[in-house]
Write a new protein. Structure first.
Length: 199
């Protein structure tokens, strides 16, 4: 576990533009949630890291993504929070956890649910895997990444379904999901394009 952010905490304390820390981008297999193995259990790692950060900056939010496989199901890297309700991240400072899954469309990777005959209605699995945390008032949910180039019908159906599920901020106010869109410029940089050797 890399706790350098906690080490940098004193220099960041009091900075009004920093409200929290996303602990790790897209935990995935073999990471588990609630398995108890201290080398694999992302929930336990999130508690250790979150408490280290809060010991320096107790007002920060601790943003915790899911894992890939939990509760007998696999989902996007960082997107599966099925076990978080029964096995929550518990921190020394209450009311600091924000769960933050990621969710994408077919353009990112061909997942089994995209070829299901019930698609796009089956995209509402977000409610089973994540949404219950907000709906049951267990913890806030920030959909930390979702996005699409909206290049084809499948992507457009996914987007429409996700927006309907997330709800309208104007209608629901603070009682809806928070989210961030990736990326606004409709492009995706590949690893080769961003490599130092290719400019």
């Amino acid at each position: 576990m890399d706790l350098r952010l906690a080490d940098a905490g004193p220099a960041l304390r009091g900075q009004p533009t920093i409200i929290g820390a996303d602990l790790h981008n897209e935990p995935h297999d073999p990471a588990c949630w609630g398995c108890g193995d201290t080398t694999l259990d992302w929930r336990l790692a999130a508690e250790r890291a979150g408490n280290a950060i809060l010991s320096v900056n107790p007002n920060w939010l601790i943003i915790v993504e899911g894992v890939q496989t939990a509760g007998g199901a696999s989902y996007w890297w960082g997107g599966n929070l099925r076990n978080a309700g029964a096995q929550p991240v518990v921190l020394n400072v209450p009311n600091r956890v924000v769960y933050s899954p990621h969710d994408y469309q077919l353009d990112v990777a061909n997942q089994t649910w995209f070829s299901d005959p019930t698609y796009p209605a089956n995209c509402r699995r977000c409610g089973r895997d994540v949404g219950y945390l907000r709906v049951q008032n267990i913890a806030p949910v920030l959909l930390g990444e979702f996005g699409s180039r909206l290049d084809d019908t499948s992507d457009q159906q996914w987007f429409s379904t996700m927006l309907n599920y997330l709800g309208s901020t104007s209608a629901n106010g603070a009682n809806d999901f928070s989210w961030t869109w990736w990326s606004w410029n409709r492009t995706r940089v590949t690893r080769a394009e961003s490599s130092p050797t290719t400019g």
